[in-house]
Write a protein that binds this ligand. Structure first.
Ligand code: ATP
Ligand code: MG
Length: 570
């Protein structure tokens, strides 16, 4: 491709609306332009990257037994009513009506659609397993669209749905997808991690997220270097500490005037935060709930939500005062039972001895409080947010923390949708059974942003070669080198290499700047000095390495480099 015949509207200024590097760079490199919040046009460079990613995804889906289809984006409300999700999905769903007033939505996901389709077509166990996928736009009216195409309202997703006879079949489908995902991100040249993920209130089911590692990623990952345990912070759990062995002391009420927060109380009483019991109040439709966590821990609201399995919210302080007669800031578990409050506690509360908690009296705390003797708990569960330094639940080594961008999510659904939508097949024993399903998503457009987030510097993007818009860019520094540059361009193109030839009449400085910004993996520069010696200057964008290649060997050396960087596609 000749630069002069192409369209790359690069920007010199850093766009003020963008926070993340990837967002800034996609705007600056002329890859995307915003139409509305979370709605973007993909310009030529981006479109090339999307095609590369799509091809890798398609190849790996097909290899894993996937069959590609294309389902409607516009979906009738009825199927969502049948699954019970029309109301549950809430404001994230884009809804519309046709001229007859019938309700539709723009598909945020396609479980209902694919299940409805197959239930009328696939009747026998002989037709299973089926792994059906598509690649198309998805629509989600995200509460906070941001970071450009990373969290968009219109984005491109690959979604595959597996249909199996039984649990073993589902396990095989899941395994096949897990491996396919690992291959996709490896082939794309990205550093990634598969982590255990929360599977929501459906309960019990298995789910993994694939994270592209990047410091600015929204997701927090806890992992163990020793045994490879890894989970996102919503799901992560840690080994319990030993139960304290100190002798139980008498409860003592101490004055803590104006010392309400953990920081204030621990400083005032000169104790470590882990000696404290924090008491948090939530409400459901029917009851008040007190949740106890250790003073140095934070409550994991996802875990709490899974345990409660119903809507809940933070109880307003006025209500805690008015309805329960408790002074916010000085509440504790002792005597709560008498007030009709349900008490939940994190497992670590069990390991504490002689703890400190609010006295349920303004300006007072209790010291040397002990479980069973002084207070009781209705339900213990793992309710805390795991954090770096915690002991790994599998091997006991300290967990580490890192951040990432979720680019893929795989999920064992079981019969949730097939039961709701009455999608059954006749098994070998003649019995009608619901399909056992799984669903597997990949954010194609998000991968593009995540790849940049992981691979950039102050000058621009550093594309991993397998998903780069072009593999090589050629620059001629002056008029006298143009003919040689043209010759290299012709040769490489003839050899099947994807080349962007910067044939513009721009100063070398401008060309170098744009080349760095756009981030094409290999930059070949034909300048007066190297040309006099029969060589071209080579710069590897990813590593910054610079060296020279003899003119006569450019094509085989480029091909060898591509093969090394992208062994599967090349
Ligand atoms: P998130 O937690 O980031 O909102 P999700 O759990 O809602 O993601 P899934 O429903 O599992 O995402 O969708 C599958 C994949 O689609 C995600 O792994 C991600 O790569 C991509 N994706 C989801 N939402 C968006 C979005 N708003 N913009 C771009 N890609 C998205
Ligand atoms: Mg989401």
């Amino acid at each position: 491709m000749r630069y002069t015949q192409y369209y790359i509207p690069t920007l010199r200024e850093v766009p003020s609306e963008a926070e993340l590097d990837s967002h800034k760079l996609m705007l600056r490199a002329g890859m995307i332009r915003k139409a509305a919040a979370g709605i973007y046009s993909f310009l030529p460079l981006a479109q090339r990257v999307l095609k590369k990613i799509t091809r890798i995804v398609e190849e790996e889906m097909d290899r894993a037994g996937g069959i590609q289809v294309l389902l409607p984006i516009v979906q009738p409300a009825e199927i969502w009513h049948q699954s019970g999700r029309w109301n549950v999905y809430g404001d994230e769903m884009f809804r519309l009506q046709d001229r007859h007033g019938r309700d539709f939505c723009l598909g945020p996901t396609h479980e209902e659609m694919i299940t409805t389709l197959l239930k009328n077509e696939v009747r026998s166990y002989r037709d299973l397993p089926l792994r059906i996928y598509q690649i198309q736009n998805k629509y989600r009216d995200e509460i906070r669209p941001r970071f450009g195409v990373m969290r968009a309202r219109e984005f491109i997703m690959k979604d595959l749905y597996s249909f199996d006879r039984d649990e073993e079949g589902l396990n095989r489908s899941y395994e096949a997808m897990y491996e396919a995902y690992a291959r996709i991100f490896t082939r794309s040249g990205l550093k990634f991690r598969a982590v255990e993920a929360d599977s929501g209130a459906i309960g019990g089911d298995v789910s993994h997220e694939f994270m592209v590692l990047a410091p600015a990623g929204e997701a927090v990952i806890l992992y163990c270097e020793n045994c490879n345990y890894a989970a996102n912070d919503e799901k992560a759990t840690a080994a319990l500490p030993e139960t304290a062995t100190e002798p139980l002391l008498e409860v003592e009420k101490v004055a803590t005037p104006n010392q309400a927060t953990v920081a204030e109380v621990t400083a005032f009483l000169q104790v470590e935060p882990k000696k404290l019991i924090k008491t948090l109040f939530y409400k459901t439709e029917t009851e008040f709930i007190a949740v106890l966590v250790r003073g140095d821990d934070d409550l994991n609201e996802i875990k709490l939500g899974n345990l409660l399995n119903q809507p809940y919210w933070l109880a307003p302080p006025e209500e805690i005062a008015a309805k329960l007669g408790l002074p916010v800031g000085y509440v504790g578990p002792v005597g709560l039972k008498g007030k009709g409050v349900k008490v939940l506690a994190d497992l670590r509360i069990k390991t504490m001895k002689n703890a400190i908690c609010g006295a349920n009296e303004h300006d007072f705390h209790l010291c040397h409080v002990n479980l069973e003797r002084d207070f009781t708990v209705d339900t213990f569960a793992d309710l805390r947010l795991a954090k770096a330094g915690d002991a790994c639940v599998r091997c006991g080594q300290p967990l580490k923390e890192t951040r990432g961008v979720e680019v893929g999510h795989i999920f064992k659904l079981g019969t949730k949708y097939s039961s709701a939508l009455n999608a059954t097949f006749r098994d070998e024993d003649g019995v009608e059974k619901p399909f056992i399903m799984g669903c597997y998503g990949i954010g194609i457009s998000r991968i593009m942003a995540a790849a940049i987030e992981q691979n950039n510097d102050e000058d621009g993007i550093k594309w991993p070669l397998p998903i780069a818009p072009f593999q090589v860019t050629i620059l001629a520094l002056g008029e006298e080198q143009k003919a040689t540059a043209e010759q290299i361009y012709q040769e490489l193109t003839a050899a099947g290499v994807e080349v962007l030839f910067d044939d513009r009449d721009e100063r070398p400085g401008v060309k170098f700047k744009d080349a760095d910004l756009i981030g094409i993996p290999l930059r070949l520069t034909v300048g007066p000095k190297s040309l006099a010696q029969g060589e071209v200057e080579v710069k590897v964008r990813m590593t910054g390495e610079a060296f020279r290649w003899p003119l006569a060997e450019v094509t085989p050396l480029v091909l060898a480099y591509i093969k090394e960087q992208d062994p599967v596609s090349a």
